[in-house]
Design a protein around this ligand. Sequence first.
Ligand SMILES: [Zn+2]
Length: 360
Amino acid sequence: MVVSRDNIGNLRGWYEGAKDANQAMLLGSHLDSVRDAGKYDGPLGVLVAIAAVRDLYNRGVRLPYAIEVVAFADEEGLRYGTTYLGSKALAGTFDAADLNRIDAAGVTMADAVRTFGGDPDRIAEDRWKGGDLVGYCEVHIEQGPVLEARGLPVGVVSGIAGQSRHQLTFTGEAAHAGTTPMDHRKDALVAASVFVQAVADYAESQAGLVATVGRLTVQPGAANVVPGEVILSLDVRHARDADRLHASKHLIDVAGKIAAQRGIALTTTQVSENGTVQCSPRLSSLMARAAEDLGHATIQLASGAGHDAVEMAGLTDITMLFVRCKGGISHNPAESVTEEDVAVAIDVLGKFLALLAADD
Ligand SMILES: [Zn+2]
């Protein structure tokens, strides 16, 4: 491959196609991780893509399309609190205002880009300029328990679930923990706790829905003061947008009722809203066929986690292949895959590229 690094920091390897090739296929995933992460979330997809290209090269095979392997620079958004930096640059959706964000050490994103040799003023040039695209394919660990439970090494992703994030503020009244009788309290944390339980109960009762309260800030936060204010996050995901929007609205209504019953004020703000991204039925059925041709049963499953493929979907058709991971554990040093399953993923990706080459 001819390897280059672009201004945002994506590493890109170009494998030339056959003589008359006038299209390109993108393969990739991300190189960054979260803090205290595992080894496979991201890098596995890059390495599997490189292995598939190496196999083509070793066999002297050139396809009717070129391949670009992209190792995306920053998907998790840990340092600057904003995700998909590398894939946004490639998709042409990078927001230049993000260059002014500062990290925990006070370094701007623009300076961080300069430090490794990128030019923050030229990130717009990272946008895809390689001509017509066949699609984008990302191999990734499942980060969930479905493939393990079904005894399958790989699975084909049907789509990437949309996400709604809200911030809810319960405002009661801070008061003395020793002198304020229980029936005189407006305890914001008790109301918030009832809500946290209600979120879990509701999500457990709805197929395909996941809802999470992941952050709570309690004020004033003292052992001897009745909590006056709680700010919490609500993250709602479902593979169907209508179900996600319905669930978000329902849960915010529930929060309102819980607050009203306890004489507590509630304010809510929407933090973000991303629709579900569907994988290409054509590419995904080729992927399923590739697995089946190699003797592996497959299933289609939705991704609850976001991926660079979300951004790539704005540029071209996408497909994803999930690899079984131990216990569904991810974003954790215990993240684990087997060598055998990785070998299956490499073979399936190679077969997929061959089927794609024969498909018109
Ligand atoms: Zn990832």
